[in-house]
Design a protein around this ligand. Structure first.
Ligand SMILES: [Fe+2]
Length: 156
């Protein structure tokens, strides 16, 4: 199974969220690499915890932006985020009952979990957020962090 490769077509047009989505791709790829390359007893607990907390902070940021821009479907999008959070917590449980059989299923789950959400749901806010003054301010905030590595990127 190949790792997730970021494509320009995944861009939601908001620099801050594209950057965060790239970090999520990296976190998921790391988890898969650890599972694939490690022995059967390796459970990437730290990385999964990192994925969960990064996801929660990212969702919160998206929700704030959608509200600030008056996005019509922000309530619906929030519900989807809440469901995705439940799913990723279930993933964590499954990982605790780790077995060979579930490894590729779990990776597929995370891969689809992220890519489907970006491509189907996040794309819907693209136009609204891109014509919003608040987005310009958010994007301006990240320009100062260009020289830093992706993991040092703060959420504020
Ligand atoms: Fe989202």
């Amino acid at each position: 199974m190949p790792l997730i490769k970021w494509r320009d077509s995944y861009s939601v047009g908001v620099a801050k969220f594209d950057l965060e989505h790239k970090v999520l791709v990296e976190l998921i790829n790391n988890i898969y690499s650890i599972i694939r390359n490690g022995d059967d007893q390796v459970i990437p607990e730290y990385e999964v915890a990192e994925l969960i907390s990064y996801t929660q902070a990212h969702f919160k940021g998206e929700e704030e932006a959608m509200e600030a821009c008056g996005y019509e479907f922000s309530e619906e999008h929030k519900k989807i985020h809440a469901e995705l959070e439940v799913e990723v917590l279930k993933f964590k449980e499954q990982l605790e009952n780790f077995s060979d059989r579930v490894v590729s299923d779990l990776y597929l789950f995370l891969r689809n979990w992220l890519l489907n959400h970006i491509l189907e749901e996040d794309m819907k806010y693209r136009e609204c957020l891109n014509t919003c003054e608040d987005t310009r301010k958010r994007n301006k905030k990240i320009s100062g962090y260009r020289h830093k590595t992706i993991h040092q990127y703060p959420f504020s």
